[in-house]
Design a protein around this ligand. Sequence first.
Ligand SMILES: *[C@@H]1O[C@H](CO)[C@@H](O)[C@H](O)[C@H]1NC(C)=O
Ligand SMILES: *[C@@H]1O[C@H](CO)[C@@H](O)[C@H](O)[C@H]1NC(C)=O
Length: 256
Amino acid sequence: MFMQQLKGSLALWTFIFIPTVAGLDNDGRSVWGKESSSSFVNETQMFLQDTFPKKFFWGVGTSAFQVEGAQRKDGRGPSIWEEFTRSELRAGSRTDDSSDSYIFWQKDLAALEFLGVSSYHFSISWPRLFPTGTVTAVNEKGLQYYNSLLDALVQRHIEPVVTLYHWDLPWILYERYGGWKNESLIGVFDDYATFCFQAFGDRVKYWITIHNPYLVAWHGYGTGIHAPGEKEESAVPLVGHNLIKVQYREISLSQI
Ligand SMILES: *[C@@H]1O[C@H](CO)[C@@H](O)[C@H](O)[C@H]1NC(C)=O
Ligand SMILES: *[C@@H]1O[C@H](CO)[C@@H](O)[C@H](O)[C@H]1NC(C)=O
């Protein structure tokens, strides 16, 4: 029964392995060097027990839109993804509940403990934190949710790895600016990112700016198979350019 709860409450769709920046001091090679018969260039030995450096992160990852559910709860605003799934992709299918991590996050934490991971990679839902897209009005309930999640992770010694943008652009920003085609979004994202760095930076050491920007640009604006579903290949380089600018700016901002 416990396993069923685990399955239901955590989407284990990806395993991630992240070497910490501080961990790149050749500890991998020194582990291999312990035995004369082992070699780090021998592929069949790559996953032998005891070949990962001590500081290696073992973790699981999710994204907000895929696991949080509660799309209309506690003041969250709509994002381009539920508009997209509702209108085009799977007409009639319900995406609202997802695996309901917004409600059952404590069960998910129990699942992380059960798995014994040392890191958890998740994304912040921009429209949950800022339903209007801009930082003028933070949604206190959303803020409280991420604060509780982060506190609980830190308490359990599970390193949070946080993505700022895993594709769920606030719908209102798409309406107002036309999404990432518009350079104005860079400044709006800056404000959102700065808020996150200030609010969560005391607990988050590892930030990921944009999850898979290639897919955001190509499938979001070129092929139209991802939200917002535009099919305008000539817009793709512009979107890519704006996303690269965002990456660059957030790297500088997060150092402050
Ligand atoms: C690679 O490792 C395997 C398993 O330890 C061993 O059987 C094999 O001979 C090694 N190959 C080379 C080229 O060292
Ligand atoms: C960007 O958004 C502004 C404000 O809505 C609008 O005036 C402008 O035309 C948009 N630019 C593009 C390239 O869509």
